[in-house]
Design a protein around this ligand. Structure first.
Ligand SMILES: [Zn+2]
Length: 395
């Protein structure tokens, strides 16, 4: 990268962070000279990456006799795709440069044993998103994929023997990249949820935060000091496999009595099926809660208590300020939050729980896909500043 490219990157980064800046602000933030900023901005405007508008700052108008000019990134200068691969669903979204969702589609799908079919489905949804929005593939900066399985940090290989037999060892980024001709980044879905809630949702400005996704799989994304905690191999936060019941059910991971075996929607539905003698599916739970079915509410409360106990371990070790609860069970609102809060309080050092806030996510079921897209969007300045990025087409 030559000096001019470095300067261009700094201007793009400043606009990406602030979303809107005047030229004097850019000079201050980037440390570049006024002349350099003016010239770089002129270039960026001419290739369609930056736009200029008149502010409504009356002070500036009085001081200079003309309105302040504000610069911002053109939202349609680039796009990112977010793919959320759960155990039982696939969701694909298309976002503009600022993270606004332009297209969103969710398909119910048994994912665990069907890697090829699932990846074909993701590729088909990506193609549909581009066709239906008219966005050119060349304008997409990449695909971020959040998957409901542990992902090895450096290789992006799906890990955790036993959790997802068909997927272990799969090079997800390569496989999806081959099918879509787009660069792909992969993370665990709970990490994606944590990123999204921090960028767009309930965790704005929260540097020490845990996002816990309570769906067919249970996992946590941990932000400590503003950074995702990944661990040596990217396996940090697998809270669904904390041992909770010594003589409990055998978990899909091969251990016994893991949190997932008592607190996932699947586990709650199994408990109700066994108790009532007829089949209850995880998909029936929202309806049962709406009807205030006492048995279902009791099962939800017990699941919340178990989640609270498991989270208390994280609270004791990591001292977060905020826990954001997402995933399917978050739809139960206070019915799940209350027992989670009580469980955390009962099992945590009082001083660690004192300033802790526990809430549901603000993004609902889109947290994982939006966070996956954010994997790409956080690097948008770098991806846009490389000379190979195609310039905006003429209007
Ligand atoms: Zn387990």
């Amino acid at each position: 990268m030559n000096l001019r490219e470095v300067g261009r990157l700094r201007v793009l980064e400043a606009l990406h962070t602030a979303s809107r800046s005047s030229r004097p602000e850019l000079v201050r933030v980037t440390g570049l000279s006024r002349a350099t900023v003016s010239s770089l901005v002129a270039d960026l405007i001419s290739v369609g990456l930056v736009t200029e508008d008149e502010g409504t700052d009356e002070g500036e108008r009085r001081r200079t006799g003309r309105p302040a000019q504000f610069l911002s990134l053109v939202p349609t200068a680039g796009y990112a795709i977010g793919a959320d691969l759960g155990h039982q669903h696939v969701r694909v979204i298309l976002c503009d440069l600022l993270g606004a969702v332009l297209w969103d589609h969710r398909v119910a799908k048994e994912v665990d044993r069907a890697p090829d079919q699932t990846l074909d489905l993701v590729a088909a949804l990506v193609a549909r998103a581009l066709t239906e929005t008219g966005v050119l593939r060349s304008r997409v900066l990449g695909i971020g994929a959040g998957i409901a399985f542990p992902v090895e940090k450096d290789s992006g290989v799906v890990g955790a023997m036993g959790v997802m037999p068909g997927w272990v060892g799969l090079r997800l980024a390569d496989e999806l990249g081959r099918r879509t001709s787009l660069p792909v980044r992969v993370t665990n879905d709970a990490n994606a949820g944590a990123l999204a809630e921090r960028m767009y949702g309930a965790g704005r400005r929260a540097d020490d935060m845990v996002y816990v996704g309570l769906s067919a799989g249970i996992g946590a994304g941990i932000l400590s000091g503003g950074r995702l905690l990944l661990g040596a191999c990217g396996l940090a936060g697998e809270i669904g496999h904390l041992p909770l019941i010594a003589d409990g059910l055998i978990c899909r991971c091969g251990n016994r009595g893991c949190l997932e075996t008592v607190a996932s929607p699947v586990a709650i539905a199994r408990l109700l099926s066994d108790s009532w003698g007829h089949r209850v599916a995880a998909a029936d739970l929202p309806g049962l809660i709406r009807q205030r079915n006492t048995g279902a509410l009791r099962a939800i409360r017990d699941a919340g208590d178990a989640v609270g106990r498991a989270l208390s371990t994280l609270v004791t070790l990591l001292n977060p300020r905020l826990i954001v609860v997402g995933g399917d069970l978050a739809d139960a609102g206070e019915d799940i939050l209350d027992p989670i809060r009580a469980g955390v309080l009962r099992h945590t050092l009082p001083s660690a729980a004192h300033d802790l806030h526990i809430t549901t996510g603000a993004l609902g079921h889109t947290a994982e896909s939006r966070g996956a897209a954010a994997l790409i969007l956080t690097d948008a300045p770098l991806l846009l500043s490389t000379p190979t990025t195609p310039a905006a087409e003429p209007a």
